[in-house]
Design a protein around this ligand. Structure first.
Ligand code: DAT
Ligand code: MG
Length: 184
C-alpha cells in the first residue's frame, strides 16, 4: 500500500511523463527536465544497411533510458535540409542531405536523466577516428560522412528536432516498471 505522498508523487511523475506535446508539461509549463529529459536519435541509412539497429537500440535500452518514440522512415530532402539547417553553408551539406535521404532511417526519441549529454557521450565524436572504443562511432564506423547515428547536441536542439520528426501523438507514454531500480 503506497503512502498518500508517494501515490501523489507517482501520479505527478506519470502526468509529467505522459505529455508528449513538444516537451511541455501540464502542471507548470516547465520544459521536460530531469528524468523527463528527451533527446532525438536517428540511426542513419548506413547504420540500417549494416544491420546495426538492434545493437544501437540495445545500448540505450540497457543503459536504462526509456524509448518513447520510434519509426522506420525514408526522410525527405526537405526534412533533412531543415534538420541540418545550421550546417547549410558547409561544403558537405548537400552530400549530407542526399546520403541521409538515400534510404530508411530509424528515428527515435529517448527519455531519461541527462539523456542528451549521455547519449552524445555514448555516440562518440563526430569523426569516428576521434571516437573512443566503446562508443558507437568508435566501435562501428570509420569515416565522418558515414558515422551511423545522429544525436541531438543540446536540450534546445532536441526539442527542435523532436518536433520536426515526430507528431505529438507519435510519442508514447508508458510506465517503466524498472524505473525504481534506475532512479532514487
Ligand atoms: P554530429 O553528428 O556529431 O552532431 P555535426 O552536427 O557537426 O556532427 O555534423 C552533422 C553531420 O554532418 C555529421 O554527423 C557527419 C557530417 N559531417 C560533419 N562534418 C563533416 C565533414 N567534415 N565532412 C563530411 N561530413 C561531415
Ligand atoms: Mg550535430
Amino acid at each position: 500500500m503506497l503512502s498518500p505522498g508517494r501515490a501523489l508523487a507517482q501520479l505527478v511523475s506519470r502526468t509529467l511523463d505522459c505529455d508528449p506535446s513538444l516537451q511541455l508539461v501540464h502542471l507548470n509549463k516547465a520544459p521536460c527536465t530531469g528524468v523527463n529529459e528527451r533527446t532525438f536519435l536517428a540511426i542513419k541509412p548506413d547504420g540500417v544497411q549494416r544491420h546495426l539497429i538492434g545493437e544501437i537500440i540495445r545500448r540505450f535500452e540497457k543503459k536504462g533510458f526509456k524509448l518513447v518514440g520510434m519509426k522506420l522512415m525514408q526522410a525527405s530532402e526537405d526534412l533533412l535540409k531543415e534538420h541540418y539547417i545550421a550546417l547549410y553553408d558547409r561544403p558537405f551539406y548537400s552530400h549530407l542531405v542526399k546520403y541521409m535521404s538515400s534510404g530508411p532511417v530509424i528515428a527515435m526519441v529517448w527519455q531519461g536523466l541527462d539523456v542528451v549529454k549521455t547519449a552524445r557521450a555514448m555516440i562518440g565524436e563526430t569523426n569516428p577516428a576521434d571516437s573512443r572504443p566503446g562508443t558507437i562511432r568508435g566501435d562501428f564506423c570509420i569515416e565522418v560522412s558515414k558515422n551511423v547515428i545522429h544525436g541531438s547536441d543540446s536540450i534546445e536542439s532536441a526539442q527542435r528536432e523532436i518536433s520536426l520528426w515526430f507528431h505529438a501523438d507519435e510519442l508514447m507514454c508508458w510506465a517503466d516498471s524498472t524505473e525504481h531500480w534506475i532512479y532514487e
